[in-house]
Design a protein around this ligand. Sequence first.
Ligand SMILES: [Zn+2]
Length: 286
Amino acid sequence: MKPQTPSIPPSDASARKSIAPVICYPTDTLPRPDLESYRAVRSALSLVSTTHVPPRDAASFHVPQGHFFRIICPQGPQVGDLNLFNANDILERFYSGKTRALNGTHVGLGDQLFSNFPNMRPIATITHDTLDWYGFDEFGGSVHDVIGTRCDPYTHNLLSHGGQYHACCHSNLTRALADAAGTALHEAEPHVHDVLNVFMCTGFTRDTGQYFMKASPVRQGDYLEFFAEIDLLGVLSACPGGDCSSEHSSDAATCYPLLVEVYKPESLPKGWVPPQPNGYDRTHGR
Ligand SMILES: [Zn+2]
């Protein structure tokens, strides 16, 4: 919350505040996926792998380029924190901030998840969302946000004045990535990045602009489905906050597992072209 400022408002303060906003990144020139062609191949999918994510823990999974994967709520309401990497180059990873700038605070059907610089390209496309009916609620909340970062033991330590908690999503993701990459924890940790908060219901309070969460509307059987634009290594944490209706960073909330299923389509979407690394020449004016 911002402190009350001692400044005296200028005489035209209300006029300045009433200026209508402008969308930072108009999407008219953003290349969009041909969603119809993606969805057309969903009718013939073969299950190729299943990954169970235990409560308050994380697990990794691979998705070959051109396959689909689903993050499923198999039991009770549960939020998942997702990291995505280029399976062939761990330095290319999901870029939550730019995905947010391009798509808005929450992602859904037809939105694409972008990778970091310098590749900055779509690495996954959302092809189905059983929670797409939710939209935005009266509090400004919605699901699948790219505004939160992930619960982590450092913020917990700060806010709890020294607390040590080891099942935050950040630690869960670190352990699972270390196992997947065959590295030590301290080598894996710097690669863990801001997540896509799958099924989490969040927003910013209208009066103070503070990040809020509320009970996820997800129920058993709901899922969020993606098309892998490149070979992906995914790491998913079942947040210790459970449905995130009360608190996280503790063992207080009821938690449930998550499930990841990877599917191979009989054919690739018509007209689909693998995303190339970003075309900027990287000379930066020199
Ligand atoms: Zn978490």
